[in-house]
Design a protein around this ligand. Structure first.
Ligand SMILES: *[C@@H]1O[C@H](CO)[C@@H](O)[C@H](O)[C@H]1NC(C)=O
Ligand SMILES: *[C@@H]1O[C@H](CO)[C@@H](O)[C@H](O)[C@H]1NC(C)=O
Ligand SMILES: *[C@@H]1O[C@H](CO)[C@@H](O)[C@H](O)[C@H]1NC(C)=O
Ligand SMILES: *[C@@H]1O[C@H](CO)[C@@H](O)[C@H](O)[C@H]1NC(C)=O
Ligand SMILES: *[C@@H]1O[C@H](CO)[C@@H](O)[C@H](O)[C@H]1NC(C)=O
Ligand SMILES: *[C@@H]1O[C@H](CO)[C@@H](O)[C@H](O)[C@H]1NC(C)=O
Ligand SMILES: *[C@@H]1O[C@H](CO)[C@@H](O)[C@H](O)[C@H]1NC(C)=O
Ligand SMILES: *[C@@H]1O[C@H](CO)[C@@H](O)[C@H](O)[C@H]1NC(C)=O
Ligand SMILES: *[C@@H]1O[C@H](CO)[C@@H](O)[C@H](O)[C@H]1NC(C)=O
Ligand SMILES: *[C@@H]1O[C@H](CO)[C@@H](O)[C@H](O)[C@H]1NC(C)=O
Length: 381
């Protein structure tokens, strides 16, 4: 049975296209026989996956396909296309919450996972996989580019061994703050020195980890040359220092420091971050005004300064942020009028001005912003 015929011409007749599909199918099986293997993954990697599975509870039977020799065909497992077919990705996250509630994977990570020496992508997000702490041995997965343990139930100290994952470009440890035996627990770090070794990092989310003691958080994250996304919301961050170095984050496009109560003003250094397109600083300050330097962040598309008790008038220069689509200034104490020039922000889609103390009525032009979809104006005066 040979279907290795002439390659189809570019403009094939429909009948030929059907034949071509047939051709691909057989080509594949011939290829597999020809190499006289079962297209199976490396036996030691298969064993590592079975050990990993063994320590998990799987109520939704997501790992039901994890039987037989060809582990490259198991669900959630992606192997290299080239031989040898090393396991490259383990995709057991649940971004769509399909297995949420009682159907989540749970258990602990078996150390044999480190036998997946070529693993580049590990996603266990939104599972109940976890333990007393994130295992140190994850630092041995030297090939990892992507590690997503967000919304898992790890607590304890974040291991500095993660600093050995020098190829990482995404590290998502967004945690959940949960009750255990009557107290609230979350992962924590005493310093972030180890992070400074991750020079390829582009995406970092450690939201809800307790970084109260990690007073080097700004110095370290600022030194990551490729960082584009930094999310450290609700981390108990310490702002009680004046940075002696120049905060510049040369490639940062998203900064989220919401929920880190600073009890003071919005830090002035954010206006150095010229490449920002999204800035989330909700619930960090009490009182004061929007720093004038923010008008220099002309690429901003999302700006959230809600819940800061800002009690001056709303600056008229906001119109200079001409790309703004989302403006959230709710739950502050802005006084005076709503500046007219904001009507020039024609890309606005979502505007929240609720719970402020403006002294004018709602201007009619607000309703005529042509892209507007969401407008919150509750308790505006
Ligand atoms: C192919 O798989 C079968 C069982 O599925 C096994 O008995 C056989 O040894 C395998 N052959 C190779 C070359 O791995
Ligand atoms: C494994 O391969 C078989 C046959 O090619 C296919 O029917 C099955 O859907 C595959 N399983 C997974 C999980 O991809
Ligand atoms: C990590 O997983 C969560 C939930 O599945 C997802 O929302 C998030 O975008 C992922 N993080 C990254 C960096 O891809
Ligand atoms: C990183 O790996 C080296 C050896 O490759 C080891 O000596 C060192 O302790 C590791 N560092 C961390 C933080 O795990
Ligand atoms: C739960 O808390 C009680 C009292 O604080 C303590 O005695 C007990 O050891 C704790 N149990 C666990 C499993 O930590
Ligand atoms: C950012 O600031 C550091 C000093 O804090 C400096 O070494 C680095 O060159 C600066 N980067 C850019 C792009 O300005
Ligand atoms: C604004 O808030 C700050 C801090 O709470 C306060 O000291 C100041 O008096 C307030 N200013 C006005 C005009 O209410
Ligand atoms: C905005 O940027 C310009 C040019 O770099 C600078 O001169 C000015 O002081 C900045 N404005 C504020 C309010 O920081
Ligand atoms: C609103 O307050 C501003 C001062 O912030 C004042 O100039 C203006 O007259 C006030 N407008 C009304 C209608 O009270
Ligand atoms: C806003 O746009 C109007 C015309 O649409 C223009 O006359 C006005 O100068 C603009 N305001 C600012 C502050 O650019």
């Amino acid at each position: 049975m040979h279907f290795f015929t002439i390659p189809p011409p570019a403009a094939a007749a429909p009948a030929f296209i059907i034949f071509f599909g047939f051709f691909i199918l057989h080509n594949n099986s011939i290829f597999c026989n020809a190499t006289s293997s079962n297209f199976s993954c490396i036996p030691s990697e298969r064993q590592a996956l079975l050990n990993f599975k063994h320590d998990l509870d799987d109520p939704a039977l997501r790992l039901a396909s994890w039987v037989g020799h060809d582990c490259c065909n198991w669900s959630g497992v992606v192997c290299s296309k080239l031989t040898p077919h090393h396991v490259h990705k383990l995709l057991l996250g649940d971004p769509d919450l399909k297995f949420y509630d009682t159907k989540r994977l749970s258990g602990e990570i078996n150390p044999s996972l480190v036998d997946l020496k070529h693993l580049r992508h590990l996603d266990l997000s939104v599972s109940l996989i976890g333990g007393a702490r994130i295992p140190e041995f994850l630092g041995c997965l030297r090939s990892l580019r992507y590690l997503n343990l967000s919304y898992t139930i790890f607590s304890g100290m974040i291991p500095h061994q993660l600093g050995n994952l020098t190829n990482l470009h995404s590290l998502d440890l967004h945690s959940i703050y949960r009750e255990f035996n009557g107290t609230y627990i979350s992962p924590y770090a005493k310093n972030l020195q180890w992070l400074s070794q991750l020079s390829s990092l582009r995406y970092l989310d450690m939201s809800w980890a307790d970084l109260k003691k990690a007073s080097d958080w700004l110095e370290v994250t600022n030194s990551l040359p490729s960082l584009e996304v930094l999310r450290l919301s609700y981390c108990n961050l310490n702002f009680n220092f004046r940075p002696i170095y120049h905060v510049n984050f040369s490639s940062l496009s998203l900064l989220d420091l919401s929920g880190n109560y600073l009890g003071n003003n919005i830090p002035l250094w954010v206006s150095n971050l010229r490449s920002l397109t999204s800035l989330y600083l909700s619930g960090i300050a009490t009182g004061g005004s929007i720093p004038d330097g923010i008008q220099n962040l002309t690429f901003l598309v999302h700006l959230d300064l809600s819940d800061n008790s800002l009690n001056t008038s709303m600056p008229s220069w906001l119109y200079s942020l001409s790309h703004l689509e989302v403006l959230n200034l709710g739950s502050n104490g802005f006084t005076g009028p709503i500046p007219e020039d904001i009507q020039n922000l024609t890309f606005l889609v979502h505007v929240d001005l609720s719970e402020n103390s403006f002294n004018t009525s709602i201007p009619s032009w607000l309703y005529s912003l042509s892209h507007l979809e969401v407008l919150y104006l509750m308790l505006i005066n």
